[in-house]
Design a protein around this ligand. Structure first.
Ligand SMILES: Cc1ncc(COP(=O)(O)O)c(C=O)c1O
Length: 430
């Protein structure tokens, strides 16, 4: 039996089926931060909706960034069923049409010239493939990334990413450098342009000290979100060019239309050497990730860069192909831009009117509200209260409420979700 104390106090709105599953989950899984114990249990997902094991419906404005198309999109489900009936698996040393077609399609959509592709099943796999490729291509063994960033849970990705707390207790991976990010000064205060300039200077100092790296790895827009000034990435690109450092953009959470461009890098007119995709690439159904690299980085043919069992799995590839087709066919990238602009206006007005909020940020359908310094202890409280009221969002960095709805959300549904968030924030003002 699981000790009830180990799963914490369950919320009073949790129904009996969900509550029972939460307990079984806590007894069956090894516990780890963010995964077990869980807040509730699901029995169905569709479109923007989660349905818990007792039939309670929740709008999902988080979705682990996997639900750009919403859940169980009919075209995705149909494509997967059809693929299961034709070719359900492909062992390594063989290839197949869906995997090859997806590699060709991604290379043709990448706006930065001729490209080649590798597939994995998780964002972590793809990040590690990208970094391995950079090691081989440059002959260097060092990486630079922002502090407080997440690029995956494997030993390499944990150290290459910048979240120190998650690596406690694991052996150190060598050659990983980190710099305070463009969205905060070393002192920890947010300061827009000034923070970005301080960050750029810190990056320049590290480039001077180290003479360059195998790769600079970053999300082009931090998925909280934090949007850099327009000049930031062009400056970094130039530093990379001067030192032979490869620029890897991690678009695992922000790619595939979430920010209003198919690739978030397109907002900044900066060409990465490698782009990493994941999460929503599997259509919100299956795990799929991809590395899209400059074609001339095809330099590691004798090594196992991403020799994964499921690298050319036709079922996963079929999900990727139909995801790209739905994004295009339903105009979801433009929709993200338009709906996101309206929603950000609304969130900005909300921030002006609330004593607890001090700002709103966003690009496309990736948005956040920032809690005032006096209200930061409330982020997790508001996250839980929104869940009780029927909206799943994330409290990020202890002071942001991140809203990342599916691109298929109706305008009225999005406004309804924001109304619920406003009511929750308002209830804490009293
Ligand atoms: C920006 C970013 N990169 C990489 C990853 C790792 O992806 P996965 O959990 O699929 O391994 C994540 C996961 O949250 C992420 O947000």
């Amino acid at each position: 039996m699981t000790d009830p104390a180990s799963i914490g106090r369950q919320p009073e709105w949790l129904g009996p089926e969900s509550s029972s599953l939460v307990r079984r989950d806590a007894a069956a899984f090894l516990h780890q931060v963010g995964s077990t114990p869980v807040v509730s249990a699901l029995r169905a997902v569709e479109g923007i909706w989660l349905e818990d094991a007792d039939g309670r419906r929740i709008m999902d404005l988080h979705g682990n960034s996997c639900h750009n198309l919403g859940y169980a999109h009919p075209r995705v489900i149909a494509a997967l069923k059809a693929q299961l009936d034709t070719l359900a698996f492909c062992p390594r040393r063989f290839t197949n049409d869906p995997a090859t077609a997806l590699a060709e399609r991604l290379a043709s959509l990448w706006p930065y010239g001729s490209a080649r592709v590798l597939f994995g099943t998780s964002g972590t796999d793809a990040i590690e493939m990208a970094v391995k490729l950079a090691y081989v291509a440059t002959g260097r063994k060092t990486t630079l990334a922002f502090e407080d960033t997440w690029h995956g849970a494997a030993l390499g990705a944990l150290w290459i990413g910048g979240r120190a707390a998650e690596r406690q207790g694991f052996p150190q991976f060598q050659g990983c450098w980190h710099v305070p990010p463009y969205w905060r000064r070393a002192t920890g205060t947010l300061a827009g342009e000034a923070a970005a300039m301080a960050c750029l200077q810190a990056v320049k100092d590290l480039f001077d000290r180290c003479g360059g790296f195998a790769a600079f790895l970053a999300e082009p827009v931090r998925s909280t979100p934090h949007v850099p000034p327009d000049w930031f990435w062009p400056e970094i690109r130039e530093l990379c060019d001067q030192t032979g450092t490869l620029l890897i953009f991690d678009e695992v959470a922000t790619g595939l239309g979430k920010t209003g461009c198919l690739f978030t890098s397109e907002h900044f007119s900066v060409r990465p050497d490698i782009t990493v995709l994941g999460k929503s690439l599997g259509g919100g159904v299956v795990p799929l990730s991809a590395v899209i690299a400059r074609a001339d980085l095809n330099v590691a043919g004798r090594l196992a860069i991403g020799h994964y069992t499921h690298e050319k799995n036709p079922l996963l590839a079929a999900a990727g192909l139909v995801t790209l087709a739905v994004l295009e066919g339903e105009g979801l990238v433009a929709r993200s831009r338009e709906l996101g602009a309206d929603a950000l206006n609304r969130l900005s007005r909300m921030a002006q009117d609330s004593a607890l909020l001090c700002g709103a940020n966003g690009l496309g359908l990736l948005m956040s509200l920032e809690l005032d310094a006096s209200a930061r202890s409330m982020a997790a409280l508001i996250e839980r209260d929104c869940l009780r009221r029927g909206v799943n969002l994330t409290a990020s960095e202890g002071r942001f409420l991140t809203l990342s709805p599916p691109l298929v959300i109706e305008a009225a549904e999005l406004m309804e979700a924001i109304d619920i968030v406003a009511a929750s924030v308002g209830s804490k003002e009293l």
